[in-house]
Design a protein around this ligand. Sequence first.
Ligand code: CDP
Length: 194
Amino acid sequence: MQFTVAIDGPAAAGKGTISRAVAARFGFRHLDTGLLYRAVGAKGGDPVAAALGLTAEDLARADLRSMEAGQAASRVAVIPEVRAALVDFQRRFARSDGGAVLDGRDIGTVICPEAEVKLYITASAEVRAHRRWREVGGDAGQVLAALQERDARDMGRADAPLRVAADAVLIDTSALDVDAAVAEAIKVVAQRLG
Ligand code: CDP
């Protein structure tokens, strides 16, 4: 069975938590596509070569969730050749047998426009920055500024910008706790599965 759940949205909106929960609930595989861009950014050197030669070791680095890796990811993510190098792997994963959940920025719009379910997860910048600050600590104002800078870059780039797919279901998690947000996403997937 091919069944793709595409989950997109801005930084720290809750995509990862929701994706993992949906995958666990339905027995689907999960790919955090942001990790691919984080690994390319963290590797340094020529980003196109890094994307073409990405290894399992690169993806296992312990520092990929840091704020710096997030900024580096969004800088390399504007390069069309970097994005192109990562397309096939993501598409194969999306259409692999047994169902797949992918979360990122362009899953429902570019990687898998034929996805059976598209969710756009969002929340106010303040709520998202607070969540990210709880994970990484540091100066709360700087966390908010960095997040807004990254969102602007992701939404403003020419190639595969972050935007809501026309057929996506929008879930605003600003006033939802984790359980409520997950329940909402699971409801949409269950309906589509019939
Ligand atoms: O976890 P968070 O939402 O903060 O970020 P992420 O999903 O790990 O993505 C890190 C960065 O990678 C994003 O800010 C984008 O610039 C880039 N990215 C992308 O361009 N396309 C994707 N499908 C996934 C991530």
